[in-house]
Design a protein around this ligand. Sequence first.
Ligand code: NAP
Length: 277
Amino acid sequence: MTKNFGILAYPAKHSLSPVMHNAAFRELNIDAQFGVFEISENEFSDFIERVKHEPISGLAVSLPYKENIVFQLNKVGGDAKKIAAVNTVVNKGGFLYGYNTDFIGSNMALNEVEPDLKDKKVTILGAGGASRAICYGLLKEGAKVSIYNRTKKRAENLAKEFSKMFETEVKSGDLKEIVKCEKGDILIQASSIWLTSSKIDAELQIPAGLVEKFDTIMDIVYSPLITPLLKTAKKLNKRVITGDKMLLYQAVSQFELFTNEKAPIKLMQKVLRENIH
Ligand code: NAP
C-alpha cells in the first residue's frame, strides 16, 4: 500500500519539501507520496489526533507548529526536547515520534566548508526558532557562540538557557551592537531581516565591516538565494553558504528517518535548486 507523508504548516502550499521527498521516493522506487497538509490553528489538535489513526506515515512540520506539536506527540527525541521544537514526525503504529533535523541540516551545511566546528567562533544574527536550532547544533559540536538579535531580551534568554544546558558561555547582544563583535570564523544570518525590513535598513545593520571579520558567511534565507549579505561576502572573497543548503540537509535527514534508507542527496539538491525562486 502506498505510504503517505506530508508537510504540516500554515500556509504550506509554498513548501519545497514535496518536490524533494517525492523525487527521492521515485529515485529509490519507494511506494510513497508526499503531500501538503495546510492546517489552520483551529484544526491543528484534531488533525494530530487523526494522524494517529489514519494511514499517514510521517510529517515534516513547519511554521507555526514546530513548538506546539511537541506536546501532542507520544515521544520526543532528546535533541528535539532540548530545542523544544519538532520538525519531523514518524508514525510508528499509531504512536507519534518527534525529531528535530533542523540543527542537523545547519551543521551539515556548515560542514561543507568547515568539517570541524569544535572551538570555531560563530556569531549568529537572530534569536527565533531557526536560530535556536542552529545554536543548539553548534554548541553540541563544541563551537563558541554569540547571539545578536533585534530584541535583546530574546537573545539574552536564549544565551542564558543554552549556557546552562551546555555549561559554556554563550554571549548575547542587541543587533545594534553586532558591529562591535569580536573577529570570528563564521557569521550566520538566521533572522527574517531581508523579509521584514527595507533593503537599505537591513544593509545598514549588516555592513561590510562586519562581514570582513569572518571567513565563512551563511545566510539561511533562501529567497532570494543570494541575499545582500552574501553579495557583500562574495565581493570580499569570503566562503559563502546559501540558505538552500540547510533546507536540503534537514530534508535529507528527515527522509532517512521516514524510510531508513540513504537519501539521494544529489538528486534532492537538483530538484530543490530547480524549484527555488
Ligand atoms: P522567527 O522564529 O519568526 O524569528 C524571526 C527572527 O528574525 C527573530 O530573531 C526576529 O527578531 C528577527 N527579525 C525579524 N524581522 C527583523 C528585522 N526587520 N530586523 C532584524 N531582525 C528581524 O523565524 P525563524 O523560524 O527563526 O526564521 C527566520 C528566517 O530563517 C526566515 O526568513 C525563514 O524563512 C528562514 N529559515 C530558513 C531555514 C532553512 O532551512 N534555510 C529554516 C528555517 C527558517 P525579534 O526577536 O526582534 O522579533
